[in-house]
Design a protein around this ligand. Structure first.
Ligand SMILES: *Cc1c(COP(=O)(O)O)cnc(C)c1O
Length: 360
């Protein structure tokens, strides 16, 4: 069976050279006589893998020295609770931008820990756009401002960074981290589950400004206390060793490709193929405002939704998989993360044109 074009939102496809290298090193990593899965997380081999992964991530994102990089578990969903536990720092409230399915989930979880002020919302437009800066109502007494910088399900991406003054900005960047350069210094904290654009599920990356750590709520589990984990090099407990190794291979792959500026060019070109088509056909459409369309997650709809099932069935037979939109919103969605080559997007476009000719 040839490899399919996998448009899944996450766990998502990985770069083929990374999978090949992992396969080649499966039984014997660099002459250690062991698989990475079998290594002690405290042994010199794994410590080297871990340190290299962190160094490469720091280089790719130009992470300033006063930021800690943590390799945690629990997914982005754990961070929905872990962020307030660590960042409230004695305050009773936080600002949240409500821009889609994932920010809604983050808000519901935060409400268990503090008062949530909805500082900005696009609910009135069914989460089809990113609220402009002048619409944000920030509370200077908030402990932090939380945003979902790319809404994976709704397909809305912030192509700019909100200004939040002295209040630290926190971003759930799960589905677009490493897709473009990022000015980390504008954020207090950035977190991302790995299974979208980094590596396998089971690893969650947290990049946190050092001065924001060390004041966690006393009930915070130690494994979720940023300061405790930072001091232990993310090894207060056993980290997701194999997932960290694969993420490290992905970072190397990104560096070889030319880094995030180059990756951004490729991602812009890929997304443009699809959005340009939606803007000229009557058969499909994008529900997202032009200025805020995600380069990573591209939701689209057929004007005649009675054809949805047939579309998905024929796409599947053409080797184009996981195009069904999230059950919360319906329609279709093509996730085209870093690992998706231009040729995969071209194959989808060719299929869509052909389907339109047959059924339009
Ligand atoms: C997938 C996703 C999550 C949830 O990630 P889990 O690893 O399942 O916890 C949260 N936020 C965003 C933006 C996502 O794309």
């Amino acid at each position: 069976m040839p490899r399919v074009h996998n448009f899944g939102a996450g766990p998502a496809m990985l770069p083929e050279p990374v999978l090949q290298q992992a396969a080649a090193e499966m039984l014997d990593w660099h002459g250690s006589g062991m698989s990475v899965m079998e290594m002690s997380h405290r042994g010199k081999e794994f410590i080297a893998i871990h340190a290299q992964a962190e160094a490469d991530l720091r280089e790719l994102l130009s992470i300033p020295k006063n930021y800690k990089v943590l390799f945690l578990q629990g997914g982005a969903a754990a961070q929905f609770a872990v962020v307030p536990l660590n960042l409230l720092r004695g305050k009773d409230r936080a600002d949240y931008a409500l821009t889609g399915y994932w920010s809604k989930r983050a808000i519901a979880e935060a409400r268990r820990y503090c008062k949530v002020n909805i500082a900005a919302s696009s609910e009135d437009g069914k989460f089809s756009y990113a609220p402009a800066q002048d619409k944000w109502k920030l509370d200077p007494g908030a402990a932090y401002v939380h945003m979902t910088s790319n809404e994976t399900i709704d397909g809305v991406e912030f192509h700019w960074v909100p200004e939040t003054g002295d209040v630290p900005l926190v971003a759930d960047a799960s589905s677009h981290i490493l897709s473009r350069p990022l000015d980390v210094g504008r954020f207090g904290l950035i977190y991302a589950g790995a299974q979208k654009n980094i590596g396998p599920a089971g690893l969650t990356i947290v990049i946190v400004r050092e001065d924001l750590t060390g004041q966690a709520d006393p009930h915070t589990p130690s494994v979720f206390d940023y300061k405790v984990q930072a001091e232990a090099d993310s090894m207060t407990n056993t980290p997701a060793t194999y997932a960290i190794y694969i993420a490290g291979l992905v970072f190397q792959w990104l560096k070889q490709l030319g880094g995030l500026a180059r990756m951004e060019e490729l991602n812009v070109a890929k997304a443009k193929l699809l959005y340009d088509y939606f803007d000229q056909t009557e058969f499909y459409y994008s529900p997202v405002a032009k200025s805020d369309r995600s380069r990573m997650n591209v939701p689209f709809r057929l004007r005649n939704d009675k054809l949805d099932t047939e579309f998905l069935k024929q796409a599947e037979s053409a080797g184009l998989t996981q195009l069904k939109g999230h059950r919360a919103v319906g329609g279709m969605r093509a996730s085209i993360y870093n690992a998706m080559p231009l040729s995969g997007v071209q194959a989808l476009l060719d299929f869509m044109r052909q389907f339109e000719r047959k059924h339009g």
